[in-house]
Design a protein around this ligand. Structure first.
Ligand code: MN
Length: 416
Protein backbone atom coordinates (compact mmCIF):
# COMPACT_ATOMS: atom_id res chain seq x y z
CA UNK A 1 0.00 0.00 0.00
CA UNK A 2 1.15 3.52 -0.71
CA UNK A 3 0.41 6.82 0.99
CA UNK A 4 1.31 10.19 -0.56
CA UNK A 5 2.13 13.05 1.79
CA UNK A 6 2.15 16.65 0.53
CA UNK A 7 1.92 20.06 2.20
CA UNK A 8 2.10 23.79 1.53
CA UNK A 9 0.58 23.68 -1.92
CA UNK A 10 -0.51 27.34 -1.73
CA UNK A 11 -2.90 26.78 -4.63
CA UNK A 12 -3.39 29.95 -6.71
CA UNK A 13 -0.69 31.82 -4.80
CA UNK A 14 -0.84 35.22 -6.53
CA UNK A 15 2.98 35.53 -6.71
CA UNK A 16 2.78 39.30 -6.41
CA UNK A 17 5.56 41.41 -7.78
CA UNK A 18 6.33 39.28 -10.85
CA UNK A 19 5.46 42.22 -13.11
CA UNK A 20 8.50 44.03 -11.80
CA UNK A 21 10.69 41.53 -13.63
CA UNK A 22 11.42 42.07 -17.29
CA UNK A 23 10.12 39.21 -19.39
CA UNK A 24 8.91 37.10 -16.47
CA UNK A 25 6.72 34.24 -17.69
CA UNK A 26 3.92 35.48 -15.42
CA UNK A 27 1.23 33.09 -16.65
CA UNK A 28 3.53 30.08 -16.41
CA UNK A 29 4.53 30.97 -12.86
CA UNK A 30 1.01 31.89 -11.71
CA UNK A 31 -0.34 28.64 -13.14
CA UNK A 32 2.47 26.56 -11.67
CA UNK A 33 0.80 25.79 -8.32
CA UNK A 34 -2.22 24.38 -10.18
CA UNK A 35 -0.16 22.34 -12.63
CA UNK A 36 1.96 20.96 -9.80
CA UNK A 37 -1.23 19.98 -7.95
CA UNK A 38 -2.42 18.15 -11.08
CA UNK A 39 0.90 16.32 -11.11
CA UNK A 40 0.35 15.35 -7.47
CA UNK A 41 -2.99 13.78 -8.46
CA UNK A 42 -1.26 12.05 -11.41
CA UNK A 43 1.33 10.68 -8.96
CA UNK A 44 -1.40 9.24 -6.70
CA UNK A 45 -2.91 7.46 -9.70
CA UNK A 46 0.41 6.22 -11.11
CA UNK A 47 1.50 4.87 -7.73
CA UNK A 48 -1.97 3.39 -7.11
CA UNK A 49 -1.90 5.14 -3.75
CA UNK A 50 -4.63 4.41 -1.21
CA UNK A 51 -4.40 7.66 0.71
CA UNK A 52 -3.37 11.26 0.05
CA UNK A 53 -2.44 13.37 3.09
CA UNK A 54 -2.44 17.18 2.79
CA UNK A 55 -0.74 18.75 5.82
CA UNK A 56 -2.02 22.33 5.65
CA UNK A 57 -1.67 25.50 3.58
CA UNK A 58 -3.34 23.76 0.70
CA UNK A 59 -4.75 27.21 -0.16
CA UNK A 60 -2.70 30.39 -0.11
CA UNK A 61 -5.46 32.43 1.50
CA UNK A 62 -9.10 33.32 1.05
CA UNK A 63 -10.28 32.37 -2.46
CA UNK A 64 -10.53 35.29 -4.86
CA UNK A 65 -13.55 33.51 -6.33
CA UNK A 66 -14.88 29.94 -6.46
CA UNK A 67 -12.52 29.07 -9.32
CA UNK A 68 -9.84 27.88 -6.90
CA UNK A 69 -12.26 25.56 -5.08
CA UNK A 70 -13.76 24.22 -8.30
CA UNK A 71 -10.34 23.41 -9.71
CA UNK A 72 -9.37 21.67 -6.48
CA UNK A 73 -12.55 19.55 -6.43
CA UNK A 74 -12.25 18.68 -10.12
CA UNK A 75 -8.73 17.35 -9.54
CA UNK A 76 -9.81 15.43 -6.43
CA UNK A 77 -12.63 13.95 -8.49
CA UNK A 78 -10.01 12.04 -10.49
CA UNK A 79 -9.08 10.23 -7.26
CA UNK A 80 -12.64 9.13 -6.45
CA UNK A 81 -12.75 6.87 -9.50
CA UNK A 82 -9.52 5.18 -8.39
CA UNK A 83 -10.71 4.89 -4.76
CA UNK A 84 -7.92 7.09 -3.36
CA UNK A 85 -9.05 8.63 -0.06
CA UNK A 86 -7.91 12.13 0.93
CA UNK A 87 -7.31 13.59 4.41
CA UNK A 88 -6.67 17.31 4.73
CA UNK A 89 -5.93 19.69 7.53
CA UNK A 90 -5.93 23.48 7.71
CA UNK A 91 -2.77 25.50 8.25
CA UNK A 92 -2.20 29.19 8.95
CA UNK A 93 -2.85 30.21 5.31
CA UNK A 94 -6.12 28.29 5.01
CA UNK A 95 -7.29 28.46 8.63
CA UNK A 96 -11.01 28.24 9.33
CA UNK A 97 -11.24 31.98 9.98
CA UNK A 98 -9.20 32.89 6.87
CA UNK A 99 -11.33 31.12 4.25
CA UNK A 100 -14.71 32.80 3.94
CA UNK A 101 -15.82 30.81 0.88
CA UNK A 102 -16.26 27.06 0.91
CA UNK A 103 -17.59 24.19 -1.15
CA UNK A 104 -18.86 20.91 0.27
CA UNK A 105 -16.41 18.04 0.05
CA UNK A 106 -17.10 14.76 -1.74
CA UNK A 107 -17.31 11.50 0.25
CA UNK A 108 -13.71 10.40 -0.41
CA UNK A 109 -12.26 13.63 1.03
CA UNK A 110 -12.26 14.28 4.77
CA UNK A 111 -11.01 17.19 6.81
CA UNK A 112 -9.65 16.89 10.33
CA UNK A 113 -11.39 19.13 12.91
CA UNK A 114 -10.05 22.50 14.08
CA UNK A 115 -11.62 22.62 17.56
CA UNK A 116 -9.78 19.62 18.98
CA UNK A 117 -7.70 16.78 17.54
CA UNK A 118 -9.66 14.08 15.76
CA UNK A 119 -8.95 10.63 14.35
CA UNK A 120 -9.99 9.13 11.02
CA UNK A 121 -9.78 5.36 10.93
CA UNK A 122 -9.41 3.52 7.63
CA UNK A 123 -10.17 -0.05 8.75
CA UNK A 124 -9.65 -1.55 5.29
CA UNK A 125 -6.15 0.02 5.10
CA UNK A 126 -5.22 -0.54 8.74
CA UNK A 127 -4.40 3.17 9.04
CA UNK A 128 -5.44 5.76 11.66
CA UNK A 129 -4.82 9.44 10.87
CA UNK A 130 -4.83 11.85 13.81
CA UNK A 131 -4.71 15.62 13.66
CA UNK A 132 -6.05 19.08 14.32
CA UNK A 133 -6.20 21.95 11.83
CA UNK A 134 -5.88 25.68 12.48
CA UNK A 135 -9.06 27.52 13.52
CA UNK A 136 -7.26 30.87 13.41
CA UNK A 137 -4.29 32.05 11.40
CA UNK A 138 -2.11 32.43 14.47
CA UNK A 139 -2.10 29.27 16.57
CA UNK A 140 0.57 29.94 19.16
CA UNK A 141 0.32 26.84 21.33
CA UNK A 142 1.59 23.31 20.85
CA UNK A 143 -1.32 21.17 19.62
CA UNK A 144 0.39 17.81 20.04
CA UNK A 145 -0.15 17.12 23.78
CA UNK A 146 -3.87 16.73 22.98
CA UNK A 147 -3.29 14.39 20.03
CA UNK A 148 -4.87 10.98 20.76
CA UNK A 149 -2.79 8.00 21.82
CA UNK A 150 -1.91 5.61 18.96
CA UNK A 151 -4.52 2.97 18.17
CA UNK A 152 -3.16 -0.55 18.72
CA UNK A 153 -2.84 -2.73 15.65
CA UNK A 154 -2.99 0.26 13.29
CA UNK A 155 -0.42 2.25 11.37
CA UNK A 156 -0.70 5.57 13.22
CA UNK A 157 -0.09 8.80 11.33
CA UNK A 158 -0.09 12.29 12.89
CA UNK A 159 -0.99 15.10 10.50
CA UNK A 160 0.36 18.39 11.83
CA UNK A 161 1.02 21.92 10.58
CA UNK A 162 3.80 23.11 12.82
CA UNK A 163 6.96 25.07 13.31
CA UNK A 164 9.10 22.28 14.76
CA UNK A 165 11.91 23.18 17.21
CA UNK A 166 11.76 26.91 16.27
CA UNK A 167 12.89 26.35 12.69
CA UNK A 168 13.92 29.72 11.25
CA UNK A 169 12.33 31.53 8.34
CA UNK A 170 8.70 30.69 9.10
CA UNK A 171 6.19 32.02 11.64
CA UNK A 172 6.41 30.09 14.89
CA UNK A 173 2.87 28.64 14.64
CA UNK A 174 1.72 25.59 16.61
CA UNK A 175 5.27 25.10 17.90
CA UNK A 176 6.22 21.51 18.68
CA UNK A 177 9.34 19.55 19.54
CA UNK A 178 10.98 16.60 17.84
CA UNK A 179 11.38 14.82 21.18
CA UNK A 180 7.67 15.07 21.96
CA UNK A 181 6.74 13.76 18.51
CA UNK A 182 9.15 10.84 18.83
CA UNK A 183 7.67 9.85 22.19
CA UNK A 184 4.05 10.14 21.10
CA UNK A 185 4.03 6.60 19.70
CA UNK A 186 2.95 7.24 16.10
CA UNK A 187 4.63 5.57 13.12
CA UNK A 188 4.75 8.64 10.89
CA UNK A 189 4.38 12.37 11.51
CA UNK A 190 3.20 14.03 8.30
CA UNK A 191 4.19 17.65 8.81
CA UNK A 192 3.57 20.87 6.94
CA UNK A 193 4.48 24.58 7.21
CA UNK A 194 8.24 24.58 6.58
CA UNK A 195 8.78 24.81 2.82
CA UNK A 196 12.10 23.01 2.75
CA UNK A 197 11.95 19.23 2.47
CA UNK A 198 13.42 17.53 5.53
CA UNK A 199 13.44 14.06 7.00
CA UNK A 200 13.65 15.00 10.66
CA UNK A 201 13.61 11.43 12.02
CA UNK A 202 13.39 7.87 10.72
CA UNK A 203 12.33 6.10 13.94
CA UNK A 204 9.59 7.08 13.93
CA UNK A 205 9.33 8.92 10.65
CA UNK A 206 8.96 12.69 10.99
CA UNK A 207 8.86 14.33 7.58
CA UNK A 208 8.40 17.76 6.04
CA UNK A 209 7.79 17.11 2.32
CA UNK A 210 8.50 20.78 1.51
CA UNK A 211 6.19 22.75 -0.71
CA UNK A 212 4.92 21.32 -3.95
CA UNK A 213 6.06 24.15 -6.19
CA UNK A 214 8.67 26.83 -5.45
CA UNK A 215 7.37 30.37 -5.79
CA UNK A 216 10.54 32.46 -5.63
CA UNK A 217 14.32 32.26 -5.37
CA UNK A 218 14.21 31.38 -1.67
CA UNK A 219 12.31 28.21 -2.60
CA UNK A 220 14.97 26.69 -4.82
CA UNK A 221 15.75 23.16 -5.85
CA UNK A 222 13.58 20.06 -6.09
CA UNK A 223 10.01 20.45 -4.86
CA UNK A 224 7.31 17.82 -4.59
CA UNK A 225 5.71 15.24 -2.34
CA UNK A 226 6.69 12.21 -0.26
CA UNK A 227 5.73 8.67 -1.21
CA UNK A 228 5.35 6.24 1.71
CA UNK A 229 5.36 2.49 1.04
CA UNK A 230 3.66 0.31 3.65
CA UNK A 231 3.99 -3.46 3.80
CA UNK A 232 2.42 -5.68 6.45
CA UNK A 233 1.43 -2.66 8.51
CA UNK A 234 4.97 -1.26 8.59
CA UNK A 235 6.65 1.54 6.68
CA UNK A 236 9.21 0.08 4.27
CA UNK A 237 10.28 3.07 2.25
CA UNK A 238 9.90 6.85 2.21
CA UNK A 239 10.88 8.67 -0.98
CA UNK A 240 10.73 12.16 -2.45
CA UNK A 241 9.03 12.68 -5.82
CA UNK A 242 9.73 15.79 -7.91
CA UNK A 243 6.53 17.49 -8.99
CA UNK A 244 7.38 21.16 -9.57
CA UNK A 245 6.68 22.39 -13.09
CA UNK A 246 9.02 25.36 -12.73
CA UNK A 247 12.20 25.06 -10.76
CA UNK A 248 14.13 27.96 -9.18
CA UNK A 249 17.90 27.63 -9.38
CA UNK A 250 21.08 29.65 -8.86
CA UNK A 251 24.03 29.43 -11.21
CA UNK A 252 27.45 30.84 -10.42
CA UNK A 253 29.86 31.64 -13.23
CA UNK A 254 33.52 32.50 -12.67
CA UNK A 255 34.66 35.20 -15.09
CA UNK A 256 38.32 34.84 -14.08
CA UNK A 257 39.51 33.29 -17.34
CA UNK A 258 37.46 35.42 -19.69
CA UNK A 259 38.60 38.56 -21.48
CA UNK A 260 35.78 38.59 -24.04
CA UNK A 261 32.25 39.03 -22.71
CA UNK A 262 30.77 37.17 -25.68
CA UNK A 263 32.72 34.08 -24.69
CA UNK A 264 31.29 34.28 -21.20
CA UNK A 265 27.81 34.62 -22.72
CA UNK A 266 28.37 31.43 -24.71
CA UNK A 267 29.57 29.67 -21.55
CA UNK A 268 26.46 30.87 -19.70
CA UNK A 269 24.25 29.53 -22.49
CA UNK A 270 26.02 26.15 -22.35
CA UNK A 271 25.65 25.95 -18.57
CA UNK A 272 21.94 26.81 -18.79
CA UNK A 273 21.48 24.20 -21.52
CA UNK A 274 23.07 21.51 -19.36
CA UNK A 275 20.95 22.47 -16.36
CA UNK A 276 17.79 22.44 -18.44
CA UNK A 277 18.59 19.03 -19.89
CA UNK A 278 19.44 17.60 -16.50
CA UNK A 279 16.36 18.89 -14.67
CA UNK A 280 13.88 18.55 -17.55
CA UNK A 281 11.49 21.30 -16.49
CA UNK A 282 11.02 25.03 -16.92
CA UNK A 283 13.62 27.03 -15.01
CA UNK A 284 13.82 30.41 -13.32
CA UNK A 285 17.53 31.02 -12.87
CA UNK A 286 19.58 33.62 -11.07
CA UNK A 287 23.08 33.95 -12.48
CA UNK A 288 25.84 35.35 -10.35
CA UNK A 289 29.08 36.27 -12.10
CA UNK A 290 32.03 36.22 -9.76
CA UNK A 291 35.82 36.34 -9.86
CA UNK A 292 38.66 38.72 -10.47
CA UNK A 293 38.22 39.47 -14.13
CA UNK A 294 39.20 41.76 -16.98
CA UNK A 295 35.44 41.95 -17.66
CA UNK A 296 34.74 43.82 -14.44
CA UNK A 297 34.95 47.23 -16.10
CA UNK A 298 32.98 46.05 -19.14
CA UNK A 299 30.03 44.94 -16.99
CA UNK A 300 30.22 47.92 -14.66
CA UNK A 301 30.08 50.33 -17.61
CA UNK A 302 26.83 48.92 -19.06
CA UNK A 303 25.06 46.72 -16.49
CA UNK A 304 21.67 47.02 -18.21
CA UNK A 305 23.04 46.00 -21.56
CA UNK A 306 24.63 42.88 -20.06
CA UNK A 307 21.48 42.00 -18.20
CA UNK A 308 19.66 42.10 -21.55
CA UNK A 309 22.40 40.05 -23.25
CA UNK A 310 22.23 37.36 -20.57
CA UNK A 311 18.43 37.40 -20.66
CA UNK A 312 18.59 36.68 -24.36
CA UNK A 313 21.13 33.88 -23.82
CA UNK A 314 18.68 32.31 -21.34
CA UNK A 315 15.72 32.78 -23.65
CA UNK A 316 17.66 31.07 -26.46
CA UNK A 317 17.79 27.88 -24.38
CA UNK A 318 13.97 27.77 -24.29
CA UNK A 319 11.90 27.39 -21.10
CA UNK A 320 14.60 29.19 -19.15
CA UNK A 321 13.99 32.63 -17.68
CA UNK A 322 16.79 34.70 -16.15
CA UNK A 323 15.31 36.01 -12.93
CA UNK A 324 18.28 38.21 -12.06
CA UNK A 325 21.88 38.79 -13.08
CA UNK A 326 24.18 39.53 -10.17
CA UNK A 327 27.41 41.12 -11.29
CA UNK A 328 29.79 40.40 -8.41
CA UNK A 329 33.07 40.46 -10.31
CA UNK A 330 36.10 42.30 -9.04
CA UNK A 331 38.76 44.12 -10.91
CA UNK A 332 41.62 41.87 -12.08
CA UNK A 333 44.22 44.06 -10.35
CA UNK A 334 44.89 43.18 -6.72
CA UNK A 335 43.97 46.38 -4.86
CA UNK A 336 45.90 45.43 -1.73
CA UNK A 337 49.05 45.26 -3.91
CA UNK A 338 48.29 48.65 -5.45
CA UNK A 339 48.13 50.13 -1.96
CA UNK A 340 51.75 49.05 -1.41
CA UNK A 341 53.02 51.00 -4.42
CA UNK A 342 54.86 54.32 -4.26
CA UNK A 343 53.80 57.14 -6.61
CA UNK A 344 50.43 58.81 -7.15
CA UNK A 345 48.40 55.64 -7.87
CA UNK A 346 49.59 53.95 -4.68
CA UNK A 347 48.90 57.15 -2.74
CA UNK A 348 45.35 57.40 -4.15
CA UNK A 349 44.70 53.71 -3.44
CA UNK A 350 45.72 54.18 0.20
CA UNK A 351 43.68 57.35 0.56
CA UNK A 352 40.52 55.73 -0.82
CA UNK A 353 40.89 52.69 1.44
CA UNK A 354 41.49 54.85 4.52
CA UNK A 355 38.59 57.13 3.69
CA UNK A 356 36.19 54.20 3.57
CA UNK A 357 37.18 53.13 7.08
CA UNK A 358 37.22 56.55 8.71
CA UNK A 359 33.72 57.59 9.87
CA UNK A 360 34.80 61.17 10.49
CA UNK A 361 36.35 61.61 7.05
CA UNK A 362 33.34 59.92 5.43
CA UNK A 363 31.03 62.30 7.28
CA UNK A 364 33.02 65.28 6.02
CA UNK A 365 32.87 63.93 2.46
CA UNK A 366 29.11 63.45 2.75
CA UNK A 367 28.76 67.08 3.85
CA UNK A 368 30.61 68.20 0.76
CA UNK A 369 28.44 65.94 -1.39
CA UNK A 370 25.31 67.45 0.17
CA UNK A 371 26.10 70.60 -1.78
CA UNK A 372 26.16 68.58 -4.99
CA UNK A 373 23.03 66.65 -4.09
CA UNK A 374 21.01 69.85 -3.76
CA UNK A 375 21.64 70.57 -7.43
CA UNK A 376 20.49 67.14 -8.61
CA UNK A 377 17.11 66.58 -10.27
CA UNK A 378 14.42 65.74 -7.74
CA UNK A 379 14.09 62.03 -8.68
CA UNK A 380 17.77 61.49 -7.84
CA UNK A 381 17.36 63.15 -4.45
CA UNK A 382 14.44 61.10 -3.17
CA UNK A 383 12.25 58.25 -4.31
CA UNK A 384 13.29 54.85 -5.65
CA UNK A 385 16.10 56.24 -7.84
CA UNK A 386 17.62 58.15 -4.96
CA UNK A 387 21.42 58.29 -5.07
CA UNK A 388 21.84 58.75 -1.33
CA UNK A 389 25.06 60.74 -1.61
CA UNK A 390 24.80 62.03 1.96
CA UNK A 391 24.46 58.54 3.45
CA UNK A 392 27.93 57.42 4.70
CA UNK A 393 27.10 53.76 4.04
CA UNK A 394 26.13 54.43 0.43
CA UNK A 395 29.13 56.69 -0.10
CA UNK A 396 31.43 54.01 1.28
CA UNK A 397 30.01 51.50 -1.23
CA UNK A 398 30.44 54.01 -4.02
CA UNK A 399 34.06 54.54 -3.04
CA UNK A 400 34.59 50.81 -3.24
CA UNK A 401 33.14 50.78 -6.77
CA UNK A 402 35.43 53.68 -7.69
CA UNK A 403 38.45 51.77 -6.39
CA UNK A 404 37.46 48.79 -8.52
CA UNK A 405 37.04 50.83 -11.69
CA UNK A 406 39.34 53.82 -11.49
CA UNK A 407 42.50 52.42 -9.88
CA UNK A 408 43.16 49.69 -12.48
CA UNK A 409 42.74 52.29 -15.27
CA UNK A 410 45.20 54.67 -13.62
CA UNK A 411 47.56 51.79 -12.92
CA UNK A 412 47.49 50.72 -16.59
CA UNK A 413 48.06 54.32 -17.71
CA UNK A 414 51.00 54.67 -15.35
CA UNK A 415 52.54 51.45 -16.70
CA UNK A 416 52.28 52.99 -20.17
MN1 MN B 1 2.06 27.44 6.99
Amino acid sequence: MKIIHAADIHLDSPMLGLERYEGAPVDLLRGATRRAFSRLIDLCLEERASLLLLAGDLFDGDWKDYGTGLFFLAELGRLAEANVRVVMLRGNHDAQSVLTKQLSLPAHVEELPTGAPGTLVFEDLGVAVHGQGFAERAVNRDLTPEYPAPLPGMLNVGLLHTCLDDRPGHANYAPSSTQALIHHGYDYWALGHIHTREIVSREPWIVYPGNLQGRHMRERGPKGATCIEVEGGRIRRVEHRDLAVVRWEKLELDAKDYADPDELLVAAGDALNRLHEELACSLAVRIEIVGRSALHGVFAAEPERWLAEFRRAAADVGSVWLERLELSTQTRVDLSELRELGGPVGQLARTLAELRQDPEALGALCEELAELERRLPRELRDGAERLGLTDPEVTSEELSAIEQLLLPMLFDAEQG
